[in-house]
Design a protein around this ligand. Sequence first.
Ligand code: CA
Length: 228
Amino acid sequence: MVKILLIEDEVHVQELVRITLEKEGFRVITALDGKQGLDVARREKPDLIILDLALPVIDGFDVCKILRDQTDTAAIPIIILSARDGETDIVIGLMLGADDYMTKPFSPRELYARIKARLREGQRKNELPNGPLRWGDLEIVQESYIATIAAKPINLTVKEFELLVIFLKNPYQVFSREYLIQKVWGTISGSGSRALDVHISHLRNKLKSLGPVLDSVRGVGYAFVRRV
Ligand code: CA
């Protein structure tokens, strides 16, 4: 049974999410503050985490970052569910490695649809039987989500990793923004578009020892490198 961890301090929201998801056949486990959330995540290894931002003890941004930094929780999909709907909050959430963002008040049906989409992505990942992809000193192993530069591991989020796989399969190809957003986020919404730029900028940073990669092609999108 799919196990979902809900980290949320408002009891009525917790109940609403729990009832919605249990009706769909998910098992829901809950935590009432950030610290408890981190403990339960490590102990229970849920299939997906729904995370509030304004949380007691450790706030949601820090919880998200810590989950991504710990190897045993790094790959668990995270959906932020927050009353904070400012663009900055959404961008920070996605930068810290959340996979999706929903604002309160939320539609239970939409939450369910987003959970299904994130779980499907996870499944697709497990089915990819591919060898390592290489570019210079960079090597990525798709099955194990490991990326290294000169044999030293680099820490990528799931979305960053997925983007890199697309680029390394065709390093000279220019990919349109729409294609990349559709492939990695499964949507063409405005938040996907902002998320793409944020993820590209993070990837550039993490890959900077390779020299300039992830070239923007004005009016089109991005290429890993451009043939000159
Ligand atoms: Ca809260």
